[in-house]
Design a protein around this ligand. Structure first.
Ligand SMILES: [Mn+2]
Length: 300
């Protein structure tokens, strides 16, 4: 199957700068390796981000504009039969990529690999950073302002799973409870084993759906190993576990319809550690998709 790589260069969803440079760096690195079709959407450099601490809707208009365009591009290519791989950018870009897939495939599940659950609403957000709201928007839990561009099905909370969470705000916990999404924390991973948790996630997201969207946030990984993210959280998974998750995703490639890799922030990276991991994850996924699910274990 042919991949279509979309660089989604936006850091409008977080008050820390730099995630908009993530896809610029990664897609440049991929040039020598990837010969397929790609497209980059970079946010307008003239945008001055909101720094107002009391602003609960930071850059909402600009994010809508960015995601509207991103959604259109992914939708068009996905309809043509390409497998979209979206390279972020902060996690707010996933509203466009996940809902484009929901539009094309109608009824899909989602697995959100992330240290955070990204399930805040405009009412509960403490920071006003919209990258903490996308999963709620994708699953139809309030935040409708973030999905104006979408006129298809949302993703059902019952088909929504977060894996690797370890930082959830108190009010966000209430949102999660009301919505009914499934959350596996890093403690769950340690208790039940990584493979069991991921397999369980695929079961929930894949049951009676026509596909699964994968959204992989690099802050899932411990910042000792992958420091190049905007909001690092300690006590994350190891590099081996991060690669293992990718392997399990590839094992389920018959179900997976689209993939995001987000939150790489080159300005926060040390010794290109995070960049290397991100590249390995991307290269593996591209190879696997292009080989129609045949997994080739090779380091980039
Ligand atoms: Mn995230």
């Amino acid at each position: 199957m042919k991949t279509f790589i979309v660089g989604a260069g936006s850091d409008l969803g977080v008050h820390i700068d730099g995630a908009h440079l993530g896809p610029v760096q990664l897609m440049n690195d991929l040039k020598s390796f990837y010969k397929g079709e790609s497209f980059s959407l970079i946010q307008n450099e003239n945008i001055i981000k909101s720094r107002n601490l009391s602003d609960r809707r930071k850059n909402e208009y600009e994010i809508d504009k960015f995601n509207t365009e991103l959604y259109k591009v992914i939708l068009e290519k996905e309809k043509e039969g390409y497998f979209p791989i979206t390279v972020g950018g902060d996690h707010s870009v996933a509203v466009a990529s996940a809902l484009a897939s929901a539009k094309v495939h109608d009824n899909i599940g989602i697995i959100w690999f992330d240290a955070h659950t990204d399930y805040n609403t405009y009412e509960t957000t403490v920071s006003g950073n919209i990258h903490g709201l996308p999963l709620a928007a994708i699953t139809g839990y309030k935040n409708h302002e973030l999905r104006y561009f979408h006129d298809g099905n949302i993703i059902q909370p019952a088909k929504t799973v977060v894996v690797g969470a370890r930082s959830i705000d108190d009010w966000e916990k209430d949102n999660i409870k009301y919505s009914g999404i499934t959350v596996f924390t890093t403690d769950d991973i340690r208790e039940k084993g990584l493979e069991n948790v991921v397999e369980e996630a695929f079961k929930i997201a894949g049951e009676k759906t026509r596909g699964i969207h994968i959204s992989y946030d690099l802050d899932l990984i411990d910042p000792e190993v992958a420091p190049g993210v905007s909001i690092p959280e300690f006590d994350g998974i190891t590099e081996e576990e991060a690669m293992k998750i990718n392997e399990l995703i590839m094992k389920h490639l018959d179900q997976v319809v689209s993939y995001d890799l987000v939150e790489f922030n080159p300005l926060r990276d040390q010794d290109r550690k995070t960049e290397q991991i991100a590249l390995n994850l991307l290269a593996q996924m591209i190879r696997a998709v292009e080989n129609k699910g045949k997994y080739v274990n090779k380091k980039y």
